[in-house]
Ligand binder design. Structure first.
Ligand SMILES: [Zn+2]
Length: 317
């Protein structure tokens, strides 16, 4: 097939640029991984020992979306639907909004509160497997909370003629500029009111929606379609992507918003795990490695041998 003809077909059949999913898997994994290095020595040995589970587990919540229909609403909240008076307490929110519309418009903060409770409990009861999977899940939902487009019903620009902007913001921009991000965020701290802080994060994300959309729209006028998009190879397929030039202009005009949100997410995740640990009475996490060692020793050996827990997992880029 003629190459140009092939590209033209792609251009006509695939109107939405690749990719259009949630935070790219790479970003979720790196955010969870980097959060481990914010933890104090009393926690870091456990989390570093299990960094493979924390990293791989970062995307499990997204993978569950395909198998479990209750999973999807945990990843977002349409604040334009709920409005500024939305109650922070689940019971009060349920009195105001029918449960089926809450499921449709997202329940992220309320679900994360449940995770907070479960993770603290898992730490108290020294349940290593639960601590790991809940920590990984918490990291995922917290990262999602930092994405402006996870707080609006216009989550993929479908209401403003900007289809594909979701994947552009959270996958294409990190893919191109990740190596230039400054992701050293310092030490985890205890949050006296993490839940209130979480709502602040969500409202701050929501306040960012306007510029996320406006800047893309403005640049789209300045860039004709053939320079807005380009084609790149992905897994032996040629796919339509936002061009590097367009992406760079967007990243700059948005004042590196994606980078700032990644930084804030890493910090919040570290603080969240640390807060659960303090609330659990500071259990000795080092002991928790023992039950897992017995069950998963071979697997762990393999991870180390084949470099899954490699130098770059403990070294910041
Ligand atoms: Zn998600």
């Amino acid at each position: 097939m003629n190459w140009l003809f092939f590209l033209l077909i792609l251009g006509f059949t695939n109107t939405e640029p690749y990719p259009s999913t949630t935070w790219g898997f790479h970003s979720h994994k790196m955010i969870n991984r980097l959060a481990v290095f914010t933890l104090p020595p009393t926690m870091v040995s456990f989390y570093k020992y299990h960094i493979y589970e924390i990293t791989q587990g970062a995307v499990r919540a997204d993978q569950r979306r395909y198998a479990n229909k209750e999973e999807a609403p945990r990843h977002y909240i349409d604040l334009d639907y709920y409005g500024p008076g939305v109650p922070e307490q689940w019971v009060e929110a349920q009195e105001l909004f029918p449960i089926d519309s809450m499921q449709a418009h997202g329940i992220l903060p309320w679900h994360l509160r449940l995770i907070k409770f479960k993770l603290t409990k898992a730490m108290v009861s020294q349940d290593a497997a639960a601590v790991l999977s809940l920590s990984a899940d918490a990291g995922h939902y917290i990262a999602d909370a930092h994405v402006p487009l996870h707080t609006t019903s216009n989550y993929n620009g479908q209401k403003s003629g900007q289809q594909g902007i979701h994947g552009f913001w959270e996958t294409r921009i990190p893919e191109l500029f990740w190596d230039s991000f400054d992701l050293w965020v310092g030490k985890a701290r205890y949050r006296n009111n993490y839940y209130c802080d979480l709502w602040d994060v969500l409202w701050s994300s929501y306040n960012g929606v306007d510029s996320v959309l406006k800047i893309e729209k403005r640049l789209s006028i300045a860039f004709p379609p053939d320079s807005k998009f380009g084609y790149e190879q992905r897994n032996k397929q040629v796919v339509r992507v936002y061009s590097r030039r367009f992406s760079r202009a967007y990243h700059r005009q948005l004042n590196r918003q994606v980078e700032h949100k990644v930084r804030e997410a890493i910090k919040f995740i570290g603080d969240f795990w640390y807060t659960c640990w303090i609330d659990a009475g500071q259990p000795n996490l080092h002991q928790l490695t023992k039950p897992l060692q017995a069950i998963e020793l071979d697997k762990m050996d393999e991870y180390w041998q084949y470099g899954h827990v490699s130098r770059d997992s403990i070294t910041l880029k």
